[in-house]
Structure formats: structure tokens, C-alpha cells
Design a protein around this ligand. Structure first.
Ligand SMILES: Nc1ncnc2c1ncn2[C@@H]1O[C@H](COP(=O)(O)OP(=O)(O)OP(=O)(O)O)[C@@H](O)[C@H]1O
Ligand SMILES: [Mg+2]
Length: 667
């Protein structure tokens, strides 16, 4: 590892005062965190007393592997490196009794949350459509991100619509309580409420967090900040690092002003700035600096790099999105050959997930291996949802969302009117659907045959669930799927044999993944642990845990934060895409500019932009305008002509030639 510069060194050895490292992209902020962990350990701080918090699972894994390289694994055992959400989950799982939960808590994803809201609204005779529920769901999230509880939300509500949302928020929390479930936002809010209400629990967690390190501080929202403040306590043994120019989560309530609040809350706070960028060459960095100079700044920075660059930044003008994806794939193939680069050296970044679709096709045509981060999550496939809901029900039978999903999948002749009666009964008794199935009151409301079907389903769940405690849970999962004849059900409902095979493979992959996670973990992990952790991963992260193959990475600008690649392609540089139309309409260009800044600063050696002259939008082809951000870049560093003159067919042919040549060289 190259030596730390004097400012980085100072940031690493400053341990007696709270510390904020505020610095631009690629200046080694994350490196300061990993080096500091190693420094703390060599100075006698026990690993179990160190907590490092990052924003994504990927960043957490990356940090762990960097720390493992710096220190022996014996010394780092017990260190907590996690995302805010998984730290929150740890606390909830350990303190579930104080919180009044039962042991195995379910985590609702966005889709589950939506379904619960829909359920509550349906039950209260407010049939709203999808477009009306979404803003309510966002409003609840917003309150949770600002540490606003239902009662406060009600008193803050300014009009009838907000009052309605606040009442729904209250009901939603109660409903989840009955189901022993929390949503993503609760993973931070619930521990915060716990800390507020139980000083002795807080003290315990403060004692076990002697030193806290926090990456990407600019993206913390109010609830996360309060949670952090509680954990570090008045002593404030912490290092936070951040860059206000990379704040890209305003839509999730991130509040970059927390950078100032820190100084107010911790008057002894020391601030260190880092100014050398070690990632990007001078041309790329100049472009990034010039772009972001159009935004107002909380802290002035003067970021420089001494990495020389020969090539200019390319701008590819394409006829349309089809030609864009072909040209990008061809260009990657050419560069790969020219520089003998690996696939993993390339990243294609975009504003929205749907932009990946055509790219995939073009990359496949040139036999370029790739991996997509996020996008249509593995977990959104129906067969995965079904299987997971069965598993969730084994873990937490009170999980109403899981119960409702599987009660009639595969069909067991329990009709909607039965489910409605069950829901009404459970609601009136404030108990879960599952618990209701054991009550005489319900038995009296249903005919004998129907009640028997419900009851035997629940008895079966209980017996399987009990057996997972003593027997191999994986064998039980297979047995469960066999018992419900799930694979036959998939076969009869799929559109083709191929689709059925894919779906069955997905289910098998899910179970394999659970099995591997159990084996890999150092500690004994229950099915409940594994599944709740799994809910916090997205699809690429799951793949990455599995394998480290040499693939081109495709991801959104949001997902690219903190990462770096030798060759970066930023596609769709058009008005309406980046900046996004919604942000143009709501005057949020600065956040979009920061997103572009994050994208540009991922590049180490070469950066390429692309935009299309026309694009299909809502079914119609319309002409587009290059992004205003392109015009904000230093014109002398851009090569607008580099690739645009070549025709895409010729490009594709060239790509295929390079591929053939490469293959022949390899043989
Ligand atoms: N003193 C140094 N000498 C040489 N290389 C360094 C030094 N410090 C950091 N680097 C390298 O610079 C690159 C960027 O570092 P790092 O990812 O820590 O930056 P960052 O400030 O966290 O960036 P971002 O804002 O994008 O999260 C990494 O490859 C890292 O290894
Ligand atoms: Mg970083």
C-alpha cells in the first residue's frame, strides 16, 4: 500500500477528539477509515469495540476485505463493519424483548410495504389505486427518515390529506406490530426510539461502541444522524468522512447540512481536508471540478491530481439508443484489446435501471461478460417471493404478508371470501392471521371444511417450523416445496418449458444461497438470521458474494458511489435523462449535477460520455438534446469527434474483429 499523505496520516492518528474528514472524490477518505481501524487495533482497542458504518453492503464487504489485508484476521474478529440498516437490524434482533417484539422479526421490502398499506386501506373501505398509495407510502417513509413518529405526524399534519397519511402511518405501525414485522426505514427508526426510551440499553450499546467510523456521511438523513449521535454519546469517539458534492440521497431525506450540525453538536470536532485525488487523471479531475463548480458549496475544496493523461475525454454522439448500446459495446471491445484490459476494468453507468436493457443485448452479441447491479431484483421474481414467503412463515408465522401470499399458492381451495372473513376477525381481535386460525371465534364463523383447511395449513407450518430447530433446515425447505408440489405448480403455470426451468432453477439457487450463507458464516446462523440478512442485499451483491468473475459492471450512478474503475462509460447524457426530467421539473438540478460528478469521478484512466440524437419515449421517437452538463465541461478536454464519425455497423464489425483476434491469441 502506498504511504499515506500527511493529512491522511493526521486523520488516522487523531483519536482523542471527534473528527470530520471532508474531502472530494478519490482523495482517500475510505482509505483513512480502513487505515484507522488498523491503527486503533494496533493501539490496543479491541476489535469488538470498533464499529464502521457504510452505506451499501458492497462498500461494507470491500471495507472488511481491506481491513483483513491490513491486520491479521485474529485481531479483527468481532469488529462490526456494516451498513446503517444491518447495524439497526442487529440491535433490533438483540433487543427484541425490550422492544416488545417476538423473536423472529420479518423485514418488509418496498413491495411488501405497499401490499400492507393496500390491505389496511381496503379493510377500512378506502379503495385507492396504485398511483394514490405510492405518495402515501413515500410520506410515511419521509416521516420515518425525519424521526417523526405517528403521533407527531398527526400534530404536524397541515391539511386533510396529511392527516389521512398520518392516520394511515399509525395504523400501518400497529399492523406491523401484530405481524412482528418492520420495514427498511424502521431498521433505523426503531433502534433510535429504543435508545430514547431505554437509557440503560443505550448505555450498553455505547459501551460496546468505543470507536465509530462512518463513511459517506453526507448521505445520512435525520434519523440516521440521531441514531449515530446516540451511539457515540457525549464522549464522541468517532471519525466521519464525507463529501458534500457527492450528496445524492436528498430523495431519501439525506441532509448534507448534518455536516454543520456536527460542529454544533460536538464543539471539540476537528476538521481535516484532503486535497490530493489519487484516483483520476488530471483531465478527468479537471472536468469533474469544473462541473461541480456550478453548484454552491458548503466547504471549499481544491482537489488536484498528479496523474498525467494523454487521451481526451470522449463524447460519442449516437443516432439512437440502439446505436448507443452497440457503439459502447464495440468501443469496450476495442479498448479492451488495445490496452489488454480485463472486463472488470470497465463500468457502464446510467441514470435509470431501464437503460441497461439494450446494453445487455449488445454486450452479449460481442460475447462480453457483464453483471448488472440492482435493476429487476432477483427477489421480485414471483417464484422467489413465493418460496421466501413460505420460509418467512416458518420463521415468523405472524407475518401476515407472507401468510396472504402463500395461503392459496399453490391452490388449496381457500377462497378470497374465507380470507376476507379471516382478516376481519384477526383485525377485530388485533392478532395475526395465523393466530386467528387457532381461535374458536373464527371456527364459529366458517364452515367446518373451510376451517379445517386453514387449520391444517397452520398445523403443518408449526410442525415444520419446530423441526427446523433440530433438523437440517435445508432438507426441510426441500421437503416443504415437495409437499406443496411447488415445481409441478410452476410447470403448469409457466408459459413455456424454458420459463418453468428458469423459475425452478431460481428457487434452487435461492436455497443453495441460503445453504452457502449458513456454511460460510463463522458463527452459527439460524434460518431467521440468514433470511433477514438476505432481505438487505440486492441481486448483484448476492452474485458477488458467490463469485468474483471478470465481468463488465453495469450500474446506476447511485450504485456506483465509492467505487472506481479504469474505464468508465457514462451513457444517456441527455436532457431529460441526466438531468432527469423530474428533477428539471422540480428544479433539482444541483442534485443531478452531483450525480454526474459522482459518475465522472469513478473513472481512473479514461472517461467516455454518450448521448443520442433521438430516443424512444412513451412509444414515440423524439429528438433529444445533449445534457447541459456536457456543455459545462472544459471544451479543450473533450473529444467530440473521437468516435462519432465512425458508423455503428463498422464499429460493430471492428468489435467482432477484435474479439476474433483476441480469441485466436488466447488459443
Ligand atoms: N496516500 C495515497 N497514495 C496513493 N494512493 C492512495 C492514497 N490514498 C488513497 N489512495 C487510493 O486512491 C483511491 C481512492 O481512495 P478512496 O476510495 O479511499 O477515496 P474516497 O475519498 O473514499 O473516494 P470517494 O469519494 O469516491 O468515496 C484508492 O484506489 C486508494 O487506494
Ligand atoms: Mg469512499
Amino acid at each position: 500500500m502506498p504511504k499515506l499523505n500527511p493529512e491522511q496520516h493526521k486523520a488516522v492518528i487523531t483519536t482523542d477528539t471527534p473528527l470530520l474528514v471532508i474531502a472530494g472524490a478519490g482523495s482517500g477518505k475510505t482509505r483513512v477509515i480502513t487505515e484507522k481501524i488498523s491503527h486503533l487495533i494496533s493501539n490496543g482497542v479491541e476489535a469488538k469495540h470498533i464499529t464502521a458504518v457504510t452505506f451499501t453492503n458492497k462498500a461494507a464487504r470491500e471495507m472488511r476485505s481491506r481491513v483483513d489485508k491490513l491486520c491479521s484476521s485474529k485481531k479483527t474478529k468481532g469488529i462490526r463493519i456494516s451498513t446503517f440498516h444491518s447495524l439497526g437490524l442487529d440491535i433490533i434482533r438483540k433487543e427484541y424483548q425490550t422492544l416488545g417484539f417476538k423473536k423472529n422479526i420479518s423485514i418488509l421490502d418496498e413491495q411488501d410495504k405497499f401490499k400492507v398499506l393496500q390491505d389496511i386501506l381496503d379493510n377500512s373501505q378506502h379503495q385507492l389505486d396504485k398511483a394514490q398509495i405510492s405518495p402515501l407510502s413515500w410520506q410515511i417513509s419521509d416521516w420515518k427518515n425525519q424521526a417523526v413518529l405517528p403521533a407527531q405526524a398527526m400534530s404536524l399534519a397541515e391539511d386533510a390529506q396529511q392527516q389521512f397519511a398520518a392516520a394511515l402511518y399509525e395504523q400501518y405501525q400497529q399492523y406491523n406490530r401484530v405481524c412482528n414485522a418492520v420495514d427498511f426505514d424502521d431498521l433505523i427508526l426503531t433502534p433510535l426510539v429504543l435508545f430514547n426510551e431505554h437509557p440503560s440499553v443505550l448505555e450498553k450499546w455505547q459501551n460496546s461502541t468505543r470507536y465509530l467510523l462512518l463513511d459517506e456521511y453526507q448521505d445520512t438523513n435525520t434519523t440516521q444522524y440521531e441514531f449515530f449521535k446516540h451511539l457515540v454519546g457525549a464522549i464522541g469517539q468517532f471519525t466521519v468522512v464525507g463529501d458534500d458534492d457527492q450528496s445524492i440521497y436528498a430523495w431519501r431525506g439525506a441532509n448534507p447540512e448534518n455536516l454543520f450540525t456536527l460542529k454544533k453538536d460536538f464543539p471539540r470536532l476537528e476538521i481535516i481536508k484532503l486535497e490530493q485525488n489519487y484516483r483520476s487523471n488530471q483531465r478527468i479531475l479537471k472536468a469533474a471540478n469544473q462541473l461541480i463548480s456550478n453548484n454552491p458549496h458548503l466547504y471549499e475544496k481544491n482537489l488536484w491530481s498528479n496523474i498525467k493523461s494523454d487521451e481526451k475525454i470522449n463524447v460519442i454522439r449516437c443516432k439512437d439508443e440502439f446505436s448507443e448500446s452497440q457503439q459502447i459495446a464495440a468501443e469496450i471491445s476495442r479498448i479492451k484489446f488495445k490496452h489488454r484490459a480485463s472486463n472488470a476494468d470497465f463500468a457502464i453507468l446510467y441514470r435509470s435501471n431501464h437503460q441497461a436493457r439494450l446494453l445487455e443485448k449488445s454486450l452479449r452479441e460481442l460475447s462480453l461478460p457483464y453483471a448488472i447491479s440492482g435493476g429487476t431484483s432477483f427477489f421480485s421474481h414471483a417464484e422467489i417471493k413465493d418460496t421466501l414467503c413460505y420460509i418467512k412463515l416458518l420463521i415468523n408465522p405472524d407475518d401476515n404478508s407472507a401468510f396472504l401470499r402463500v395461503i392459496n399458492t399453490p391452490r388449496r381451495e381457500i377462497g378470497t371470501s374465507t380470507v376476507e372473513k379471516l382478516a376481519l376477525y384477526a383485525n377485530s381481535r388485533h392478532i395475526s392471521l395465523f393466530d386467528a386460525c387457532f381461535e374458536i371465534g373464527l371456527e364459529q364463523q366458517l364452515n367446518e371444511r373451510t376451517y379445517y383447511k386453514l387449520r391444517s395449513f397452520c398445523d403443518w407450518i408449526v410442525s415444520l417450523s419446530d423441526r427446523t430447530q433440530q433438523e437440517d433446515p435445508i432438507a426441510i425447505l426441500h421437503e416443504m416445496l415437495q409437499h406443496i408440489e411447488y415445481y409441478d405448480w410452476i410447470k403448469t403455470h409457466a408459459n413455456s418449458d424454458k420459463q418453468a426451468e428458469r423459475k425452478i432453477n431460481n428457487v434452487l439457487e435461492l436455497i443453495k444461497w441460503i445453504e452457502n450463507s449458513a456454511k460460510k458464516s463463522q458463527e452459527e446462523r439460524s434460518l431467521g438470521d440468514i433470511v433477514s440478512r438476505m432481505m438487505l442485499l440486492d441481486s448483484l451483491e448476492r452474485n458477488e458474494e458467490e463469485e468474483k468473475t471478470d465481468q463488465i459492471k453495469l450500474m446506476t450512478l447511485h450504485a456506483a458511489k465509492g467505487l472506481e474503475f479504469p474505464y468508465v462509460y457514462l451513457i444517456g447524457m441527455e436532457e431529460g435523462i441526466l438531468p432527469h426530467q423530474n428533477s428539471i421539473d422540480t428544479d433539482q438540478i444541483e442534485e443531478e449535477r452531483r450525480l454526474a460528478y459522482v459518475g465522472i469521478t469513478r473513472a481512473q484512466q479514461q472517461l467516455t460520455f454518450s448521448y443520442c440524437a433521438q430516443r424512444k419515449k412513451y412509444g414515440d421517437v423524439s429528438s433529444t438534446e445533449p445534457s447541459r452538463f456536457l456543455t459545462e465541461l472544459p471544451v479543450e478536454d473533450l473529444d467530440w469527434a473521437a468516435v462519432q464519425k465512425k458508423n455503428p455497423e463498422e464499429q460493430k464489425k471492428k468489435g467482432q474483429e477484435s474479439l476474433a483476434l483476441m480469441k485466436s491469441l488466447l488459443n
